[in-house]
Design a protein around this ligand. Structure first.
Ligand code: CA2
Length: 145
């Protein structure tokens, strides 16, 4: 099974800026944790980050036929991107939405996710563990389908 992890804008800054909000764990640290769990589950991973909305759309489109699931932290595009939502909806690859923070407990503009209705489910609020739970959910949706 192959799973594509996508990370949206500014997540490359994790661990280096605003540690009070997002902690000191870098995206590379999170990737290492996800890879360790993926090895236990015998799952292959591709782990990517982009600040460009169009590049994320391209990667979602290209996932069809190559990956069994997508796990996405769309970051700020979660709340704004009809393009990401349309791409997820169009390709039909099961997609799990994840966030480090509990977006529902933060500013009101973060409560709305445009991608949530086209994702299989949402995991938020567990810090780096949201990524591990996202991986497990991606495996789960493939096992039960
Ligand atoms: O909680 C999450 O994972 C978010 O997707 C993170 C996004 C935010 O816009 C979403 O509402 C929730 C922000 C990612 C930016 O990360 C930074 C890391 C360090 C310094 C600045 C931003």
């Amino acid at each position: 099974m192959k799973i594509l992890f996508l990370n949206g804008p500014n997540l490359n800054l994790l661990g280096t800026r605003e540690p009070d909000v997002y902690g000191r764990t870098t995206l590379a640290d999170i990737e290492a944790q996800v890879r360790a769990r993926a090895a236990q589950l015998k799952v292959e991973l591709d782990f990517r980050q982009s600040n460009q909305e169009g590049e994320l759309v391209d990667w979602i489109q290209e996932a069809k036929g190559k990956f069994e699931a997508i796990v996405i932290n769309a970051a700020a595009y979660t709340h704004t991107s009809v393009a990401l939502r349309d791409a997820i909806s169009a390709i039909g690859v099961p997609t799990v939405e994840i966030h480090l923070s509990n977006i529902h407990a933060r500013e009101e503009f973060r409560h709305k996710s445009l991608i949530a209705p086209v994702c299989r489910g949402q995991i938020c609020g567990f810090g780096a563990k949201s990524y591990i739970l996202g991986l497990e959910a991606a495996v789960y949706v493939n096992v039960i389908e």
